[in-house]
Design a protein around this ligand. Structure first.
Ligand SMILES: [Zn+2]
Length: 61
């Protein structure tokens, strides 16, 4: 069933876009890399964590 997992990953990699620049994403090992701006997003337990800029995110108190 590993193949189906790979397929799922490719599917969301195709569907999702970089939250920062809306560029195309590409899966690499345990991360997702934006092919447009080069940002790297972690994949945790098979779920891509697409957070644009943590620095710019307003911190609540
Ligand atoms: Zn990007």
């Amino acid at each position: 069933m590993t193949k189906s997992i790979d397929r799922t990953l490719k599917t969301w990699a195709d569907l999702l876009a970089c939250p920062a620049c809306l560029g195309a994403l590409r899966e690499e090992a345990e991360t997702v890399v934006c092919m447009a701006c080069g940002r790297v997003y972690p994949v945790m337990d098979g779920i891509p964590v697409l957070i644009a800029e943590r620095d710019q995110a307003p911190r609540s108190k």
